[in-house]
Design a protein around this ligand. Structure first.
Ligand SMILES: Cc1cc2nc3c(=O)[nH]c(=O)nc-3n(C[C@H](O)[C@H](O)[C@H](O)COP(=O)(O)OP(=O)(O)OC[C@H]3O[C@@H](n4cnc5c(N)ncnc54)[C@H](O)[C@@H]3O)c2cc1C
Length: 259
């Protein structure tokens, strides 16, 4: 079984987050870069299967700046077998479609039975990369799974929506994305960190994957402007002097919330 896990480096969820107002990209110097927690869970799901099925190959694939090597190696230290890291400055600022094209090409280049991804990254938050990758690979997609059952020939799981829970399954090959309901990623050990240094680490670029990031024939979005979220205004405090209800009603009417 060949499992490919898509992993993204993101700014630390608990650290400061800033937008670079010139490029519209995250300011990667604002806080420590980390492996996205949802992708740690995706790696864990793959490793849990590999633990129970010796001979399983778990490859992590990342499209990220060259500086993301330590983050990719963390997934190797957790126990992944090998890594493919797509590094190319021409991919800086890649939109969702270009990112999906690159990731699908890297997955195809490596070969796969199942691809596991997070359902939503904590920085970009597009939430569509797994579905786009599945489309480009021409395989079924099972997105937003809160449980995951993998066998030699099929994958199944529960998908929760606002109105209920769906049980879904597909024959392999397939792409799945998982939610935070799946177990957290395991801790790395000293032994794992040392072993990671010797594991296969392939560096790829767009040309090597036969992708032209500047192909004028391919539709791409263009960022027209970028602005920081305005600071939140201080709220209005209503002091109850026996007339809080009236004051609240007057406030809501003034705001146009009630008449
Ligand atoms: C040089 C360079 C600089 C970059 N700078 C930025 C940046 O500043 N900000 C930014 O958000 N992105 C950056 N990227 C990455 C890329 O543009 C985004 O990953 C992409 O737009 C995905 O959007 P998303 O996070 O909204 O996807 P979502 O659909 O929310 O992601 C869902 C899941 O898809 C997978 N996935 C998503 N992106 C990647 C990836 N790149 N590699 C592997 N798996 C992935 C993960 O499993 C993730 O959990 C950079 C890439 C390169 C090469």
């Amino acid at each position: 079984m060949k499992i490919v896990v898509l992993i993204k480096e993101v700014p630390d969820t608990w650290g400061e987050r800033r937008l670079d107002l010139e490029t519209g990209l995250s300011d990667r110097t604002a806080s420590a870069p980390v492996l996205d927690e949802i992708d740690e869970r995706a790696v864990e799901a793959a490793l849990a299967y590999a633990d129970a099925h010796p001979g399983t190959e778990v490859t992590v694939v990342a499209m990220a700046p060259a500086s993301a090597t330590a983050t990719v190696r963390k997934a190797l230290a957790m126990g992944a077998t090998s890594a493919a890291h797509v590094v190319d400055d021409a991919l800086r600022g890649a939109d969702l479609l270009l990112t999906a094209e690159v990731l699908a090409a890297a997955v195809r280049h490596h070969g796969f039975d199942v691809v596991i991804a997070g359902n939503l990254s904590t920085d970009g938050g597009g939430g569509v990369i797994p579905a786009m990758v599945a489309e480009l690979l021409g395989v079924p997609q099972l997105t937003g799974l809160r449980t995951l059952e993998l066998s030699d020939s099929a994958v199944a799981g529960d998908r929760v929506s606002d109105s209920g829970t769906m049980r879904v399954s597909a024959d392999l090959p397939a792409v799945v994305s998982i939610t935070e309901a799946l177990p957290e990623g395991r801790f790395t050990t000293f032994k794992g960190i040392m072993a990671a240094k010797k594991k296969p680490y392939e560096t790829l670029d767009a040309a090597g994957l036969d992708i032209d990031p500047n192909d004028p024939a391919t539709p791409r979005y263009i960022m027209l402007s970028v602005a920081e979220r305005p600071p939140r205004k201080a709220g209005t405090k209503i002091v109850d002097e026996g007339d809080a209800g009236e004051k609240l009603a007057a406030f809501l009417m003034a705001e146009g919330v009630a008449r």
